[in-house]
Design a protein around this ligand. Structure first.
Ligand SMILES: Nc1ncnc2c1ncn2[C@@H]1O[C@H](COP(=O)(O)OP(=O)(O)OP(=O)(O)O)[C@@H](O)[C@H]1O
Length: 248
């Protein structure tokens, strides 16, 4: 995926908000890219534009030869809230993207994915009957069910408790290693970004620009315990300094 000179201004009643300023980035096929930055620096604006849910004021985003201006079948998005429809059971929530495309759900693939994330047997449950972690697992299945090549994740585990978040981080790392999808993942947590990413894009405060790109070469699969190693903690602090210095 290629982002070239992406800028976004929002015109509001109280004036213009310059959310993104000439962001250019080449996302490598199959990489796990995390985007980190202070609140309001335009992370969601960038991700929504990559999903084709937002227009840019200038610049462009491409996936291969296609310019992304509307939702694209190869790109799926997962949000902080699982966004399951409360009146549909799990199976029918997961079938929704297929209904929208007027295609038949790929039952075999869905059932493999449900098995993979530990939700086999829960197909007839309604969202209210599932924990937050289970709902987010279901939304991952819904995103992967259509077999996209790019998965966009907007702070998907931000609302979960620390233990569930660790579990989900391990799960998404495993799924990424198994499937080879390109994942672009927004987080506020430096440790989460370091744990998951091949590269971390650090963005600066408004207007959002790319401040730094950090390569993470920790061997995989990474166990949760890597986060307590002195090397990992030193790296977290380096990135924290990078972000703090910008604020001064
Ligand atoms: N629809 C909108 N209309 C007007 N301003 C908006 C709109 N969406 C976002 N903004 C503004 O654009 C800026 C960037 O917002 P965005 O949500 O992309 O940042 P973010 O880095 O994802 O923030 P957070 O980390 O808090 O989720 C913010 O100042 C926000 O208030």
């Amino acid at each position: 995926m290629t982002i070239s000179g992406a800028s976004k201004r929002y015109d509001t009643r109280s004036g213009t908000v310059h959310a993104l300023d000439r962001v250019s980035l080449e996302v490598r096929d199959g990489e796990f890219l995390c985007i980190l930055g202070p609140s309001g620096c335009g992370k969601s604006t960038l991700l929504w534009s990559m999903a084709g849910l937002h227009g840019l004021s200038s610049g462009e985003i491409r996936l291969g030869p296609s310019k992304i201006e509307a939702p694209h079948p190869e790109i799926a998005m997962i949000f902080q809230e699982a966004n399951l429809l409360p009146w549909r059971n799990l199976e029918s929530n997961i079938a929704l993207p297929f209904e929208l495309k007027r295609t038949k759900p790929d039952r075999a693939r869905i059932s493999r994915l449900l098995q993979r994330v530990g939700l086999a047997g829960f197909e007839s449950k309604y969202p209210r009957e599932l924990s937050g972690g289970m709902q987010q697992r279901a939304s991952i299945v819904r995103g992967l069910a259509v077999d996209p090549s790019v998965l966009l994740m907007d702070e998907p585990f931000g609302a979960l408790d620390a233990f569930t978040r660790d579990e989900m981080n391990l799960l998404i790392q495993e799924i990424w290693m198994e499937t080879g999808k390109t994942i672009i993942f927004i987080t506020h947590s430096i440790a989460e970004a370091l744990f998951l990413a091949d590269r971390i894009v650090v963005m600066s405060a408004r207007p959002g620009r790319i401040q730094e790109i950090v390569e993470v070469d920790l061997p995989r699969p990474r166990p949760i315990s890597v986060q307590s190693t002195p090397e990992f903690i030193a790296r977290v602090n380096d990135i924290k300094d990078m972000i703090d210095h910008r604020k001064v």
